[in-house]
Design a protein around this ligand. Structure first.
Ligand SMILES: C[S@@+](CC[C@H](N)C(=O)[O-])C[C@H]1O[C@@H](n2cnc3c(N)ncnc32)[C@H](O)[C@@H]1O
Length: 384
């Protein structure tokens, strides 16, 4: 495919997404119908679609309209390329520009890439960090790996990755976190990944898991385990007895295979039983801290959905707390930067429960972390 034909493909896929299709589904539909497209074409078209969703507000303004063609016009204008050179109608190029197309704002305004209704909320919640956050969610996310100490050291991991064409370097303060600087698309075929020496996990949840109190022999419950990312990170740290629970059992279907690959036993449980030294509640959330990875979710969030999530988080934290032994810990986590889902839930919980005290809380963002991620640690009193 020519570069211009890739733009035409991105427009067709974005039409589908703007009509309500989830981005991954729309891409899959296009992929299946486009046998002529090679792997390079597929990756390039995917990047165009995801970049357009990350920058939908600013590209719409630059491109002079909210539709898929305007988004691609906006992209070209941001890159200093004349849209008329791409929208030629020749071969598989997008159809020529209409007289009414191609005119919009002249300058990029990153705040437009935050849904309008959330700007006052995030201005209040993030204050001085808002500008950095709005810039961050316009760009592709870096790829971070967690070295699984059960399988080897960070040095062994970087050497193994290098043999498979993946360049990664360790974080200065958290050496078991490696940032992939080259060859990310080869990652999932690399021996280190296939054999469980490294796992894909963003830096921020890695920091949150490394910050938790953990000792050999501890009984630990991952209350919202999903795919088991946090459970596996904890199981790699110490010889713990870890159980994984999720309201939706199907979400944990890959966990036994992942745990076997990592050499870290994790036991899925239907119903948590008894009390635990540590309970992790990595609750469902808006995902606002990870919007650069799932940019269509950003445009789907509504204030009604946010209120539902806050109600769910309030209920889950209280259920999870009941499984903490006296003197044990409860870790509350979200990949959100919205205060109502973070400090709001923790404060409300502490007001309602005098058997818990706050140990620490932190909102991770670059440069301290990577994705936006909130984690709070609470301790149950000895007589709680
Ligand atoms: C943010 S995801 C967890 C991600 C996971 N911890 C990981 O690291 O891969 C939240 C999970 O909470 C689960 N969930 C939703 N409501 C729940 C509830 N009432 N009790 C327990 N889990 C719940 C969802 O099914 C979802 O898998």
């Amino acid at each position: 495919m020519t570069p211009n034909a890739r733009v035409a493909a991105a427009i067709a896929i974005l039409d589908d997404v703007l009509a309500g299709a989830p981005a991954e589904q729309a891409l899959l539909r296009w992929s299946r119908a486009s046998r002529f497209a090679g792997s390079g074409d597929r990756a390039a078209v995917r990047d165009l679609v995801f970049d357009a969703l990350r920058r939908r507000g600013s590209w719409a303004a630059l491109g002079g309209g909210p539709d898929a063609r305007a988004l691609m016009i906006g992209r070209l204008r941001e890159e200093g390329i004349d849209p008329a050179a791409v929208f030629t109608g020749a071969g598989h190029d997008p159809l020529p520009l209409l007289d009414t197309e191609g005119y919009g704002d002249a300058t990029v305004e990153p705040l437009r890439d935050i849904p309008h209704w959330l700007i006052p909320i995030l201005s209040n919640d993030l204050a001085d960090d808002l500008e950095r956050f709005s810039q961050m969610i316009r760009d592709r996310a870096p790829v971070w790996l967690r070295v699984n100490a059960r399988r080897g050291s960070p040095t062994e991991a970087t050497a193994s990755l290098a043999r498979d064409g993946v360049t990664a370097s360790a974080h200065a303060d958290w050496p078991s976190a490696l940032e992939v600087t080259d060859g990310a698309r080869r990652m999932t075929r690399a021996t280190a990944y296939v054999e469980g020496l490294v796992e894909l996990q963003d830096l921020s949840p890695q920091i949150a898991c490394l910050s938790l109190p953990l000792a050999d022999g501890d009984r630990v419950l991952d209350y919202c385990a999903g795919g088991g990312g946090k459970a596996l990170a904890l199981a790699a740290r110490a010889r713990i007895d870890i159980e994984a629970h999720d309201a939706d059992l199907d979400r944990m279907r890959d966990l036994p295979a992942r745990a076997a690959r990592a050499g870290t036993p994790v036991k899925p449980v239907d119903r948590p039983d008894g009390l635990y030294d540590l309970v992790v509640a990595d609750v469902p959330c808006s995902g606002s801290g990870t919007w650069r990875r799932t940019p269509d979710a950003k445009w789907r969030l509504t204030s009604e959905r946010l209120a539902e999530l806050v109600a769910l988080q309030t209920a889950i934290v209280s259920q999870a707390a009941d499984h903490v032994r006296p003197g044990g810990h409860l870790a509350y986590m979200t990949c959100s930067v919205i205060r109502a889902e973070n400090d709001g839930i923790v404060d409300q919980f502490l007001d309602a429960r005098d058997d818990f005290t706050l140990v620490s809380r932190d909102l991770l963002l670059p440069p301290k972390g990577s994705d936006g991620f909130f984690h709070a640690l609470l301790r149950r009193t000895e007589d709680g």
